[in-house]
Design a protein around this ligand. Structure first.
Ligand code: EPZ
Length: 424
């Protein structure tokens, strides 16, 4: 298995292009199942998870034409005139839990679906009960057998009012897509408001869906007979953008994040500004800098959007390990998202975990060490730690990284980092 080797201590200077958002591209690709007309998606990132979703859709019978557009990512044209297979198999779903996002579209258009249960993952049990409960309220008959969700809606889905007991990005996306072709009106209350959901809703409207309340926690959908063709460009990846902003905060220097949008990372930007990092939007570029002065510890609690994103928790913890003073970091979304703590401790970090809060006390500098990645964001937090650490850091199991960061080491090396991928 490949690893990444970093020699820490080099400031980052230059320009990094932000790729299309993984967590927008995945539901947008699933939306291709909703129509027999061509759905053209631009600015798709080159990521393992995107490949997995394309493989899953091809198995359902989706016709896919791909084109490369250099820095503008990839373009996919999806056509789904017929359904070849209603099953999302375990060997694909176990690689990527977002496969569950085909459930709503398959049920809405073909009235049947057999989707493997995703199973848990490193950061938590990750159930899909909110997806299932919502679809049942829309008239679907759903059984869980042999590790699969077996769903049927012989007469099609019926609009319903669904109040989510807790905020769920995936459940909101699945039910939003299902509602576009349901008979009558669906109201989603306490819906997630992540920008990726707004991006999906905008694409669905371009396809002919009737959705009100986009961007709010109250989505109203009036079902239509069929959806049509559309062309949509995936919005920039706010987590990738915030990750590189945190990288500059760790190393010092100044980087223009091309395509980065300050308005999508306000909560993270607030923490970075309080810590002593500079951020300014200059047209399409988000400029990030830290000149010399040391960082100050800032307390962080993860929340659903627009609060501080759980997908930035590990990265900000890396940053706080060498900030002045202390930072209390509380994870409220997932039950086991501190897997990076042990690895950061091996690099000399002073972190005390009590329940869902990690108390990070700043130390002058971390020391490079061989460390192991466990999930996507924990992996990148170890890369950030290595960029600032004394000496060599070797991050193993970097297949996690390839799921969510396009050409990470190339983007960082182009800004002066001493980082390379070492094939095993
Ligand atoms: C999405 O996952 C993202 N993935 C995650 O990003 C992100 O961390 C998460 O939203 C929260 O923002 C994609 O968009 C592909 P949830 P999702 O449903 O939809 C519980 C990354 O690093 N829950 O909002 O699975 C769940 O266990 C990934 O890019 C239920 O209990 O997250 C969690 O505790 C990691 N029942 C909480 O809700 C359900 O039916 C939030 O989960 C669904 C979720």
């Amino acid at each position: 298995m490949d690893s990444i080797r970093i020699i820490g201590g080099r400031p980052l200077e230059g320009r990094i292009r932000i790729s299309g958002a993984k967590n927008a591209a995945l539901p947008l690709l699933a939306a291709g199942l909703l129509t027999d007309r061509p759905l053209m998606l631009g600015n798709l990132p080159r990521l393992a998870d995107i490949e997995t979703m394309l493989q899953l859709l091809a198995g359902h019978g989706v016709e896919i034409d791909l084109a490369e557009n250099g820095e503008a990512g990839r373009t996919a044209i999806l056509r789904t005139p017929t359904l070849a297979d209603d099953t999302a198999p375990y060997d694909i779903v176990r690689k990527m839990r977002a496969s569950i996002l085909v459930l709503g579209p398959l049920l809405a258009r073909w009235h049947r679906a057999r989707v493997s249960l995703p199973g848990g993952c490193a950061i938590g049990s990750r159930p899909v009960d909110l997806h299932i409960d919502g679809l049942r309220r829309m008239g679907a008959e759903i059984d869980l057998a042999d590790g699969y969700v077996a769903a049927r809606a012989p007469d099609g889905l019926i609009g319903a009012t669904i109040r989510f007991p807790s905020v769920s990005v995936g459940a909101t996306e699945n039910l939003l897509m299902a509602a576009t072709l349901a008979r009558g009106q669906t109201v989603l209350e306490n819906a997630a408001r992540e920008p990726e959901i707004t991006d999906l809703a905008n694409c669905l409207v371009a396809m002919g869906a009737r959705i009100d309340g986009i961007g709010s926690d109250l989505l109203t959908v009036d079902g239509v007979e069929a959806l049509g063709a559309a062309e949509h460009h995936v919005l920039p990846d706010r987590i990738e953008c915030a990750t590189y902003a945190a990288a500059v905060a760790v190393t010092g220097g100044a980087v223009d994040l091309a395509g980065g949008r300050l308005d999508l990372i306000e909560a993270t930007a607030g923490v970075l500004l309080d810590a002593g990092v500079g951020l300014e939007q200059h047209g399409d570029d988000l400029r990030v800098w830290r000149n010399g002065a040391s960082l100050k510890g800032v307390d962080v609690t993860t929340q659903p959007y627009p609060g501080f994103p759980t997908d930035m928790q590990a990265q900000i913890m890396s940053l706080m390990t060498t900030a002045e003073g202390a930072a209390a970091i509380t994870e409220t979304i997932f039950e086991n998202r501190f897997m990076h703590v042990q690895e950061l401790r091996r690099m000399g970090a002073d972190i005390l975990v009590k329940g869902s809060t990690a108390l990070v006390r700043g130390v002058p500098r971390l020391s490079g060490a061989p460390v192991m990645a466990t999930d996507l964001r924990a992996s990148v937090s170890l890369v950030l730690a290595g960029l600032g650490a004394e000496g060599e850091t070797r991050v193993n199991r970097i297949y996690h990284l390839d799921r969510g960061y396009e050409r990470l080491e190339a983007k960082l090396a182009a800004c002066g980092a001493e980082i390379e991928r070492v094939p095993e």
